[in-house]
Design a protein around this ligand. Structure first.
Ligand SMILES: [Fe+2]
Ligand SMILES: [Fe+2]
Length: 457
């Protein structure tokens, strides 16, 4: 058995090493992959998966440490370590193509220390189906706990970045990049869990939550658009840092309720340029991210600030940040404005489409959030009141809903997920339909991520 185990990893290592020396189609690349698949086959006779882990620099396959290291195995361990992969699991049914793609992934991925969710999302995009990766501790957490941690981490990054700027220091761009990669991975893995958190609004520290929310919303739209990864990350970072220039303004001015004087507004108008300058000093910032920060208030009809020169070509991603920015601002309660429900916000934005906002992107945001965005309170035909917990599967059909209050308005002991597609056998008609939205202020505040977590338990 030990020989066979050593064989599996030796072939993997050989294929990886040869990938660096020969073209991908060369027999020395392909043959070890086929041999690896052959060596794996007998293991699956009595088990459904096989775990390969790296612990303290030692490669361990199904609990058996591999001590006879060859140069190709050392390379293999080094690649796993550099990418940030503590464990790889081969599942029964793993094909030569899966292994080949996985070796290619190890060979081509140049980033160091990728978040595990990001790696998972990439493997899924590459179509690798029977090789799973885990960061052993994270695997046990459910998506909602993970999403909350990721959100909290991004919030810390923003708080630190803004504080750094106030203290005359340059924020660490690598931190923002990493936080956005985590959020992007989670948006791909469980969009509803991540989007639900954008409903967290903090009235006092508006800018922090707002920055994270804009980042998540723009990542969701970028994913709906099927944008390539570097572009998505660039957009997410722009969302996270779009208002970083506000740190140069007096705090009283940022927090001032009500209308601003002409002079005060002139001050506010400086924040995109200030942000552009700050990002210019940071590492790990794409050039286009910088332009987007500078342009996020220019508006689709170019009536915003800083006023674009006639020949200036705006970065299309600036319009995307503007749409996410507008949505988050509208759904947040401010001293001078009540919070709109997501649907009310989208309605207002539809009126701005083609004027200050890019109409295609307003439509895309709506598509990304669904007709009834996560967190919307709805009244059902049974007179029960529920909350939307998810976009419809495959984007079509009915949203997912959990009932919170019975027909008399009494809260249920625990939220109960219902299937709106379920029909009443006597009439053949749907058992429950959405009648309309409910003003959330009519009910005690509901934590959507708490509801999601209860349902997943
Ligand atoms: Fe702004
Ligand atoms: Fe903003």
């Amino acid at each position: 058995m030990e020989n066979a185990i050593a064989g599996v990893v030796r072939h993997l290592g050989a294929s990886l090493k040869n990938r660096g020396l020969y073209p991908a189609t060369h027999p020395l690349v392909r043959m070890p992959v086929e041999k690896c698949r052959m060596e794996l086959a007998p293991f699956f006779a009595d088990r459904s998966e096989l775990a390969l882990t790296v612990s303290d620099g030692t490669l361990v396959l199904e609990g058996v440490p591999i001590f006879q290291l060859t140069s190709s195995l050392e390379l293999f361990i080094a690649r796993l370590g550099a990418i940030g992969l503590p464990a790889v699991i081969f599942e029964r049914g793993v094909s030569v193509e899966d292994i080949e793609l996985f070796v290619r992934f190890l060979h081509e991925t140049r980033e160091q220390g990728l978040p595990i969710l990001e790696i998972k999302a990439r493997l899924a995009r590459w179509g690798i189906t029977h090789i799973r990766v885990t960061a052993t501790a994270e695997e046990e957490k459910d998506d909602y706990t993970l999403a909350r941690e990721i959100y909290g981490n991004a919030l810390d990054v923003v708080v630190r970045a803004l504080k750094d700027v106030r203290n005359g220091k340059t924020p660490d761009g690598a931190e923002s990049d990493r936080a956005v990669r985590e959020m992007s991975g989670m948006v791909s893995r469980n969009r509803d869990a991540m989007l639900a958190l954008t409903l967290i609004k903090n009235f006092d520290e508006y800018t922090y939550n707002h920055s994270v929310n804009v980042s998540i919303l723009s990542l969701a739209v970028a994913e709906t658009l099927g944008m390539p990864e570097p572009e998505r990350i660039g957009i997410g970072v722009a969302g996270l840092l779009h208002d970083v220039g506000k740190t140069q303004l007096a705090l009283d001015l940022i927090r001032k309720p009500g209308t601003l004087t002409v002079e005060e507004f002139e001050e506010i108008k400086k924040h995109p340029e200030e942000g552009f300058a700050i990002l210019g000093k940071m590492t790990h910032i794409q050039e286009s991210t910088r332009s987007v920060v500078r342009e996020h208030h220019m508006r689709f009809d170019r009536t915003g600030y800083p006023r674009p020169e006639p020949e200036h070509r705006m970065n299309p991603h600036s319009h995307l940040i503007a749409v996410a920015d507008c949505f988050d601002a509208l759904t947040t309660m401010r001293s001078y404005q009540k919070a709109r429900t997501p649907r009310q916000a989208l309605e207002i934005m539809r009126k701005l489409a083609g004027k200050s906002l890019d109409p295609d992107l307003v439509e895309l945001l709506e598509r990304s959030l669904g007709g009834f965005p996560v967190g919307t309170m709805v009244r059902l035909s049974t007179m029960e009141v529920g909350i939307v917990t998810g976009t419809p599967d495959g984007g079509k059909g009915e949203p997912k809903v959990a009932i919170l209050f019975d027909r008399s308005g009494n809260p249920l002991a625990a939220p109960r997920g219902v299937d709106l597609a379920e029909s009443d056998p006597s009439s053949g008609r749907p058992r429950r339909m959405i009648l309309g939205t409910v003003n959330p202020l009519m009910h005690p505040p509901v934590s959507i991520s708490g509801v999601l977590q209860t349902l997943s338990a």
